[in-house]
Design a protein around this ligand. Structure first.
Ligand SMILES: [Zn+2]
Length: 109
């Protein structure tokens, strides 16, 4: 799948470590050098410690990595402290859908 990030095309994939070794010990990643966004497909490794709704978790990871891509494409990959703050990236990833809904309801888009 392709997604447009500020005019740059990124490839998005949901896969597992067997297919993508760079997922080793990671839930996902954004590689701004190759324009790739990759998220773990948790549904291929369900175990007794798994969360119940793994699709929701995968979607949250995808949103998180897409936020990184927006920041990278904004020129904030290396020299911005706030743009590399994982807590901030997570907040946007988690609250983004609610922001979008509130903006739509308010006619702010
Ligand atoms: Zn991150």
């Amino acid at each position: 799948m392709k997604v447009n990030i500020l005019g740059t095309e990124y490839t998005v994939s949901v896969t597992n470590e067997g297919n993508e070794p760079r997922l080793n010990n990671m839930d996902g990643f954004c590689d701004e050098t190759s324009k790739e966004i990759v998220a773990e497909n948790y549904q291929t490794k369900i175990d007794s410690d798994s969360k119940k709704n793994l699709l929701l978790q995968t979607k949250k990871v995808l949103r998180h990595e897409i936020v990184h891509a927006f920041l990278f494409e904004s020129g904030l990959a290396e020299n911005s402290e706030w743009a590399q703050n994982e807590e901030m990236v997570d907040w946007i990833a988690m609250q983004g859908p609610k922001l979008m809904k509130a903006w739509q309801e308010a006619g702010a888009l």
